[in-house]
Design a binder for this molecule. Structure first.
Ligand code: NAD
Ligand code: UD1
Length: 340
């Protein structure tokens, strides 16, 4: 019998790619999303890519009554939990909104899972939990650090809540996936990242500048102790990241660890300037960019030790930087206004 996965936040950037991957791997998919940062149009696109249906429920993970209905009406084997807010700057202005969505929302979800005796959950964490002070590559055994922003705090808090909850009884089996920098888009050009307003993250800013929507890309910092003075990150193709979730799910089903923590990156760092130059080369265009002051809160270098995910989950990222930059431009040029 097919296994059924509840995907919270499944209409979002990473969630939508994960739904494709799950359907391709023959899982039933039930998406719960309040569409606060995504479009209903994603669902048709997923169907077009996979030729398969998913079940969509528009609603909020903080809605206890709804969650009870979802778990009563659907047979669910595991949950992949993407739903949450993710804008670092905004999290400093409205901390309680972030804590409510990301922390209280996760607790409400766990309570409903407990009530319905569903113990498997994959959680979207972030490399941000390592803080600023460790040299890369970052290994899962490093102690986590106090995050510098409220978004990061909410991720660390949920990680800690999951670890404490798992100790209490053997119902639980949690995968904490610490994503590095997800970029790219599905090769079809049908789904991709569609940020609201002015993008904070590098790639959406790059593609919107290439489109002429933004005048100039500001590269934050040209004086880092890196090969060209710009920051270094571990960029991972969102399709690889989605695949890692299927691997993590399979691991939970077969090994049932109480808690497993895995970095999901490629293990290779590229500088911002390298990314910009490769983007120009791969897509045969010129990008208008300038160097400006460092951005507060940024680290010089951040990349993963990706060995644990390889050993335990058999996960290795398959797409290279050129693939990511080609696919993200394909998405943006096919959908100049995203899903609008
Ligand atoms: P996204 O905003 O595109 O997707 C999140 C989805 O969750 C959206 O569709 C949104 O409508 C939904 N949502 C938000 N709050 C909800 C709620 N209370 N109830 C129901 N639905 C809700 O973000 P993404 O980039 O796809 O990120 C997915 C997850 O991965 C998030 O938890 C994010 O913090 C985490 N993460 C993302 C990155 C990244 O670079 N994109 C890096 C590390 C971790
Ligand atoms: C950021 C968040 C991190 C979050 C992740 C995914 C911060 C400090 N960190 O990571 O918590 O998990 O996004 O949402 O916000 N850059 C430019 N110009 C731009 C944008 C970015 O030069 O217009 C540079 C940055 O300085 C950085 C690199 O590009 O060196 C990547 O930035 P970004 O895409 O924002 O990701 P992170 O900062 O790594």
């Amino acid at each position: 019998m097919k296994q059924s996965i509840l995907v919270t936040g499944g209409a979002g950037f990473i969630g939508s790619h994960c739904c494709v991957e799950l359907l391709d791997h023959n899982f039933n998919v039930i998406v719960l999303d309040n569409l606060s940062n995504s479009s209903i149009k994603v669902l048709d696109r997923i169907k077009k890519i996979t030729g398969k249906e998913l079940h969509f429920i528009q609603g909020d993970i903080r809605d206890k009554v709804l969650l009870d209905q979802v778990f009563t009406q659907h047979h669910i084997d595991a949950v992949i939990h993407f739903a949450g807010l993710k804008a670092v700057g905004e999290s400093m202005q409205v901390p309680l909104t972030y804590f409510d969505n990301n922390i209280s929302g996760s607790i409400t979800l766990l309570q409903a899972m407990q009530q319905h005796r569903i113990g498997h959950l994959v959680f979207s964490s972030s490399a941000t939990v390592y803080g600023e002070n460790y040299p890369s590559p970052l290994h899962e055994d490093l102690p986590t650090a106090q995050p510098t922003n409220n978004y990061g705090y909410s991720k660390l808090a949920v990680e800690q809540i999951l670890q404490a909850t798992a100790k209490a009884n053997d119902l639980w089996s949690f995968a904490l996936l610490r994503y590095f920098n997800p970029i790219g888009a599905h090769q079809s050009g049908l789904i991709g990242e569609d940020p609201n307003g002015i993008p904070n993250n590098l790639l959406p800013y790059v593609t919107q500048t290439a489109m002429g929507k933004r005048e100039v890309l500001s590269i934050y910092g040209h004086d880092y102790p890196t090969q060209d003075g710009t920051g270094v990150r571990d960029f991972i193709h969102v399709v690889d990241l989605a695949h890692a979730h299927v691997k993590a799910l399979q691991y939970l089903f077969t090994h049932k660890p109480s808690v497993g923590i895995w970095n999901i990156g490629t293990g290779t760092g590229y500088s911002v300037l390298e990314v910009v130059k490769r983007f120009e080369q791969v897509n045969q265009l010129k990008l208008n960019y300038q160097f400006v002051e460092r951005r507060a809160g940024d680290v010089a270098v951040c990349f993963a030790d990706a060995n644990k995910a390889k050993q335990d989950l058999g996960f290795v990222a398959e797409h290279n930087l050129d693939d990511m930059l080609r696919d993200v431009w394909h998405w943006q040029s096919q959908n100049p206004d995203g899903y609008a």
